[in-house]
Design a protein around this ligand. Structure first.
Ligand SMILES: NC(=O)c1ccc[n+]([C@@H]2O[C@H](COP(=O)([O-])OP(=O)(O)OC[C@H]3O[C@@H](n4cnc5c(N)ncnc54)[C@H](O)[C@@H]3O)[C@@H](O)[C@H]2O)c1
Length: 423
């Protein structure tokens, strides 16, 4: 088969590599981003993904910013962004434009798989009618649409595109089988054949809202325990020795990335259109969105203890990425913290080893020498290794640990004012 992948980012690029590595199909990739295409053509990964960086050194496949490359494909796989726009409203325009593009090349007996995260109903209500209108072909008779949501977790050393189980559902049982067998060629995890597209779409949103709600729960507990004087870290770790029916989640200065803070809105909005109000999901989003401001308020409180305001104080922001040890700024709470500190007049210096161009200093030591207070916004390994001695030597007086990642030694220091989230 000829397989085309539309969108060569965190989802599409590792997928293209896996198909090229493990199957005998012809694989091509299309992305309108010329820079990404040039990077891939020069044999490099356009994304920060250790496995894909290794893969691309071993294989080669054609990629282009010219859509003609996808002509004559048996399967088109859509891996384009599904962001939220103003007021957190879902933006399905990238999906629409990728599908419209496919329609220019679509012929009978071809299959379109959507891997992008979408709310229940997008394939039946938007994708299929759009294809039928633009191509004049009939779904099930002439073409099929399938959904196989990606679950990749950037930076995860254990779980990747080769071993994460998948769910696949489509417009016909025949297409579900073809797609499932295709994924089985390069994925060792279970490929579960779903009864329909709508429930397949719902699984991914359920997985991510589950996480958002659990994180919101511990973030709310952290706020409560800050008032009650209880250390949430101690409590969650103790609760975790229950061998059943408890799953630990930890609080922080916010939730980031392209999935967790975005996907719930897709379900919230679609359910609203059908008259259902997702109160619980909305509350979870509200709590998680409030965390950057909450953490900045903690810093203001702790600076008070040394008679300093945020305004005019030399503050170091450690980390810009939304999670540890990867360079990804999407929906990063660190950027929200940065803006809040700047709005409040801090003399701010930021540092992230993954983003030297966005950093104000060239290394951690330089940042520490120049700041009276620090705010840890990302738990990069290099930050978790900071010692009490290092902070004292550099005269850092106040530490807000937005990821609860610093050592017990710093948490219990008599010489430094330390505050974590719920600690
Ligand atoms: N990043 C993750 O960890 C992750 C995990 C699981 C699922 N997802 C979902 O997968 C989808 C893609 O996410 P991503 O992280 O790969 O995004 P990304 O931004 O890294 O990559 C998307 C790519 O699509 C390209 N693109 C935009 N419009 C296009 C079009 N019309 N035709 C072809 N290409 C187009 C962009 O240039 C970009 O290179 C989203 O729906 C996301 O929610 C992401």
């Amino acid at each position: 088969m000829k397989i085309s992948i539309l969108g060569l980012g965190y989802v599409g690029f590792p997928l293209a590599c896996a198909v090229a590595m493990e199957s005998s199909h012809e694989i091509v990739g299309y992305d309108p981003n010329k820079e990404k295409i040039n990077t891939i053509q020069s044999g490099q990964s356009p994304i920060d993904d250790a496995r894909a960086e290794l893969d691309i050194q071993k294989i080669k496949f054609e990629v282009s910013d010219n859509p003609d490359i996808i002509d004559n494909s048996d399967i088109y796989i859509v891996c384009v962004p599904t962001p939220v726009g103003a007021d957190y409203l879902p933006d399905l325009n990238p999906v629409k434009s990728a599908v419209e593009l496919i329609c220019k090349y679509l012929r009978k007996d071809q299959i379109i798989i959507i891997e992008s995260t979408i709310n229940p109903g997008v394939c039946d209500e938007l994708v299929i009618p759009l294809i039928e209108e633009k191509s004049g072909l009939k779904c099930r008779e002439d073409f099929d649409v399938a959904h196989c949501p990606e679950r990749i977790n950037p930076g995860d050393e254990e779980w990747n595109v080769y071993n994460i189980p998948r769910n696949v559902g489509s417009s016909s049982a025949r297409a579900t089988k073809i797609c499932a067998n295709f994924y089985r060629e390069f994925i060792s995890g279970e490929i579960n054949e779903m009864p329909d597209i709508k429930s397949t779409e719902a699984t991914k949103i359920v997985e991510n809202t589950f996480r958002d709600i659990n994180i919101a729960f511990v973030n709310e507990l952290a706020k409560s325990f800050d008032v009650l004087g209880i250390n949430i870290d101690v409590v969650i770790r103790a609760a975790s020795n229950k061998p059943f029916a408890f799953m630990p989640h930890f609080p922080s200065c916010g939730v980031g990335g392209h999935c967790i803070p975005v996907d719930p809105y897709y379900l919230i909005e679609r359910a609203k259109m059908s008259g259902f109000d997702h109160k619980f999901l909305k509350l979870a989003r509200e709590i998680n969105n409030s965390m950057p401001a909450y953490a900045v308020d903690l810093l203001a409180e702790k600076l008070n203890e040394v008679a300093k305001p945020i305004k005019g104080t030399q503050i170091g922001l450690l980390g810009l990425s939304y999670k540890a040890d990867i360079g990804d700024l999407r929906e990063s709470p660190a950027l929200k913290v940065k803006n809040l500190l700047l709005e409040r007049g801090a003399k701010l210096k930021s540092y992230d080893p993954y983003f030297p161009d966005f950093s104000d200093v060239s290394n951690l030591e330089e940042l520490l020498t120049r700041c009276e207070a620090i705010f840890i916004a990302t738990n990069h390994k290099i930050f978790t290794e900071i010692t009490e001695e290092q902070l004292i030597k550099n005269n850092v007086k106040v530490v807000v640990d937005g990821k609860n990642c610093l050592s017990e030694e710093i948490r219990n220091s008599k010489k430094i004012i330390y505050k974590g989230i719920g600690i």
